[in-house]
Design a protein around this ligand. Structure first.
Ligand SMILES: C[S@@+](CC[C@H](N)C(=O)[O-])C[C@H]1O[C@@H](n2cnc3c(N)ncnc32)[C@H](O)[C@@H]1O
Length: 452
């Protein structure tokens, strides 16, 4: 019998074309990491070898803007797309549709180009080839939605696990106002190294000088190109985040411990006030950023990489700034990924860590604080459980602690809340809002006794 003819190799699937190296592909990678895998945008941005990481910096900036806008408008996107879909389509089509409709509506991008790009993106993505027709058909109809209709759609609703406790704390109307503020995003706030030069830098930068001393510019400026950046005359920090160091107001030469310091916005402020600052943080990569900030501004601080729960200094400090790790629910304007990346289960662990950090800072027997020292506690959270309630409980546990009424120029008296300062995104609504923070000033009084 003649030998069988050699087998022809079976044709495999045609090689997929490489994904287009453009901002939309980068934005899609960020969105799928956040919406699909629960990563923060910061984590997704620092992941190596992705369609985002492979982009040149200007395209990365554009991809990030697209991803941020999409996350701020997911509900609006779904409402606009749903009349043209029988069921939510499988990934990646669903995310591509949301990205594309937001690009049209938020950035006024011409529909034709956006639809073609979305179809190309679908074709080149794994599992996407069969969905290109659907993406094309849906977008052709959805992009015809008048912009005026889009503008009247309600803003992105907070997830129930966050909305419920916030509604209990602040009421429905305020939570709705916060959601409006989240939709608008955040302006660019700068903290000055020399607050006495505020008028000069406001003029140089064309910035608004806020009543609390921060400068405010519209979002989107290229920070490194602004006057004063290279010489370290200012650093980026939300106007609310600049208040805790002002409340501590250390005297020049005072020994201050910044207990959860990285990336260092408050360390820089304390050092600029002339304090002898020790900046401590558990995260070495975040402290790298603090080192870079110190280098750029020429300010000085001792830096310690350690766990604040067991670190012991040689001598106690005159004052401590405790900017405790928290849900970061006060920063959703700038980090719309927060509600997707955080889980309700994280909150319990954070609350327990905040209480343990407070106990370490407030009890001089722990070796961190002098017996007549001062602590400023703050969190960038909208949840009273991470702010007001922590302080009420700490006052119970530490009878020698007295809550000092906060007083600062430019602060609206309406922000005083339960002995501290409470800022929310809907504050200064006409000016562009504020991050949500709670901050309190606590004095250790060695002679105080319970009930005194
Ligand atoms: C809200 S951020 C601090 C922001 C910083 N104060 C600023 O103004 O730039 C909280 C910080 O706490 C740090 N952290 C969390 N647990 C810690 C611990 N056990 N000891 C020290 N630092 C900790 C985190 O690494 C994070 O950098």
């Amino acid at each position: 019998m003649p030998p069988p003819p050699p087998r022809r190799p079976r044709p495999g699937p045609a090689p997929r074309p490489a994904p287009p190296a453009d901002a939309r592909a980068g934005a899609l990678a960020l969105l799928r990491a956040t919406l699909g895998r629960g990563q923060t945008l910061a984590e997704a941005r620092s992941t190596a070898d992705t369609p985002f990481s492979r982009l040149p910096p200007p395209d990365q900036a554009r991809a990030l803007r697209l991803a941020l806008s999409t996350l701020r408008n997911l509900d609006r996107a779904d409402t606009t797309l749903s009349p043209h879909l029988r069921t939510p389509p499988p990934e990646p089509a669903r995310t591509i549709l949301r990205l594309a409709i937001c690009e049209c509506m938020v950035f006024d991008a011409p529909a034709h180009g956006v639809v073609n790009a979305a179809v190309a993106l679908t074709r080149t993505s794994r599992k996407g080839a069969g969905l290109a027709g659907l993406v094309n058909a849906v977008l052709r109809k959805a992009t015809a939605t008048p912009r005026s209709t889009w503008d009247t759609l309600p803003p992105q609703r907070l997830p129930a696990w966050l909305r419920k406790p916030l509604t209990r704390a602040w009421g429905k109307a305020r939570v709705s106002a916060m959601e409006v503020a989240h939709l608008q995003g955040a302006p660019l706030d700068l903290t000055l190294r020399r607050p006495d030069q505020a008028a000069h830098w406001a003029a140089q930068l064309g910035a608004e000088l806020l009543p609390t001393g921060s400068l405010r510019l519209p979002a989107g400026a290229q920070v490194t190109a602004l006057p004063g950046y290279a010489q370290g005359a200012w650093w980026v920090q939300d106007a609310a985040a600049a208040l805790p160091a002002q409340l501590l107001a250390p005297a020049p030469g005072a020994r201050v411990l910044d207990l959860c310091a990285a990336p260092g916005g408050k360390t820089l402020q304390l050092a600029a006030m002339g304090a002898d600052v020790t900046a401590l943080d558990i995260s070495a990569p975040r402290l790298e950023r603090l080192h870079r900030n110190l280098a750029r501004t020429g300010l000085r601080a001792q830096v310690a990489t350690a766990d604040a729960l067991d670190w012991r200094p040689e001598a106690p400090f005159d004052a401590i700034l405790l900017d405790a790790p928290c849900s970061a629910s006060g920063t959703i304007r700038r980090h719309p990924d927060m509600p997707m990346a955080r889980k309700p289960a994280d909150l319990e662990a954070l609350r327990s860590l905040q209480a343990r950090l407070l106990d370490r800072a407030l009890d001089p027997a722990q070796g961190l604080l002098r017996s007549d020292g001062r602590v400023v506690y703050c969190t960038c959270s909208l949840l009273p459980q991470e702010g007001e309630d922590q302080i009420a409980a700490a006052l119970h546990r530490h009878p020698q602690i007295r809550l000092r009424t906060p007083s600062l120029p430019g602060v609206d008296p309406a922000w005083m809340h339960q002995g501290g300062l409470r800022t929310r995104p809907d504050h200064w609504a006409g000016r562009g809002g504020l991050d949500g923070f709670f901050m309190a000033v606590l004095d250790h009084c060695p002679d105080a006794t319970t009930g005194a």
